[in-house]
Design a protein around this ligand. Structure first.
Ligand code: PXP
Length: 239
């Protein structure tokens, strides 16, 4: 199971003061030392956390791989095509949202996402689509001929204490996507408390986790925060 660490909120803290610390590149190197398989950042149109220069610096400094999250806006797709991260994950993006709220809708005939997929793939980038764990949406992702999808774990993260329905839906969606030939990633809202049941789903091969790791890095340090998440994910996989 690959663990990709999302370091957006290291940049959020820096942007709170518009200064040069904490440095996302340093956070990425620390996460890699602690066992991250990749580093994820979201270059938002509003540039509220990660900046263009961060993406360029990460692309040349990482020992692992860069997973760039982006909306389908042509300007951002152009930047991604120039930087050529290992992987690009297309997400829906609304300006006023606090964080990515839902998965891509992937309506048939929506040329925006299809165009972005084509441009990124033509640049040699592995493309993943962030979608809800829903059978019809997975089928449309497969029609777009992407190699991978990322299942939105937000509903699971909101409801896991009360019910296992969202976990079962994730497992079913992951199995369906694998059967359609898609690599399955997952993320959003995963924490030290709720990560293990998701990490135990065999059809999922990659997790993207940010907010909880950066939050706990305040108390434990970045290296320890990543190490503890790595351990939980690995233990869930062994069980
Ligand atoms: N995956 C995607 C597509 C996201 O947009 C985010 C949030 O930036 C994450 C994973 C990570 O979510 P969290 O910060 O809640 O761990």
């Amino acid at each position: 199971m690959r663990l990709y660490v999302n370091i957006d909120h290291v940049a959020t803290l820096r942007e709170a003061r518009k200064t040069d610390e904490p440095d996302p590149v340093r956070a990425a190197a620390t996460a890699e030392r602690a066992g991250a398989d990749g580093i994820t950042v979201h270059l938002r149109e509003d540039r509220r956390h990660i900046q263009d220069a961060d993406v360029r610096a990460l692309a040349t400094s990482l020992r692992t791989v860069l997973n760039l999250e982006l909306g389908a806006a042509p300007e951002i797709v152009r930047i991604a095509s120039r930087v050529t991260p290992f992987q690009a994950t297309l997400v829906p993006e609304r300006r006023r949202e606090i964080t990515t709220e839902g998965g891509l809708m992937l309506r048939r005939g929506d040329a925006r996402v299809a165009t972005a997929v084509r441009r990124l793939a033509n640049a040699g980038i592995r493309v993943s689509l962030f979608i809800d764990p829903d059978r019809a949406t997975i089928d449309r992702a497969a029609e777009l001929r992407v190699p991978a999808i990322e299942l939105h774990t937000g509903r699971y993260a909101r409801t896991w204490r009360k019910s296992d329905a969202a976990l079962r839906a994730l497992a079913r969606a992951a199995a369906h996507a694998r059967a359609r030939g898609l690599a399955v990633h997952a993320g959003h809202g995963l924490t030290y408390e709720n990560v293990q049941p998701v990490a135990a789903i065999r059809d999922i091969e990659e997790l993207n986790i940010g907010h909880s790791i950066v939050s706990n890095a305040v108390f434990w340090g970045m290296e320890e925060a990543v190490r503890r998440m790595r351990q939980l994910v690995d233990d869930a996989r062994k069980a």
